[in-house]
Design a protein around this ligand. Structure first.
Ligand code: FES
Length: 134
């Protein structure tokens, strides 16, 4: 069902686990298959993703696509990371079975969710800083 590249990455995924000091965490899931992905980001003051990791509970494609997603966004700006498309992930993997395309969409959504979380946290921080200055 999967090509060799997918299986290779599945056997040796990159950036697995939580990330110490992560300031953006995105969690997404697919109700139909029950798979869950969590992406952790460490974004610096210049808006560069210094580090990224993931924890995925799901199928081979879910794990593989999140691994590729974290590899793709490391060292990128937030704007660049937001442009990462599931089609790009599929291309890197050399293709995915049709019924597994949604796994790559979930990976794309996980990146966006983590960045959204980062923005939310930044806003909260700004508010706290403002309040403490009053
Ligand atoms: Fe749903 Fe893979 S089967 S994410």
């Amino acid at each position: 069902m999967y090509n060799n590249k997918v299986l290779e990455i599945f056997k040796n995924p990159k950036n697995v686990g939580t990330l110490k000091g992560a300031n953006g965490i995105g969690k997404v899931g697919n109700a139909a298959c029950g798979d869950i992905m969590k992406i952790y980001l460490k974004i610096n003051e210049d808006g560069i993703i210094e580090d990224a990791s993931f924890k995925t509970f799901g199928c081979v494609a879910a794990i593989t696509t999140t691994s590729v997603a974290t590899e793709l966004i490391k060292g990128k700006t937030i704007e660049e990371a937001l442009k990462v498309k599931n089609s790009q992930i599929i291309e890197i993997l050399g293709g995915l079975p049709t019924q597994k395309i949604h796994c790559s969409i979930l990976a794309e959504e996980a990146i966006k969710a983590a960045i959204e979380d980062y923005y939310k946290k930044q806003k909260k921080l700004e508010k706290t800083n403002k309040n403490s200055q009053v």
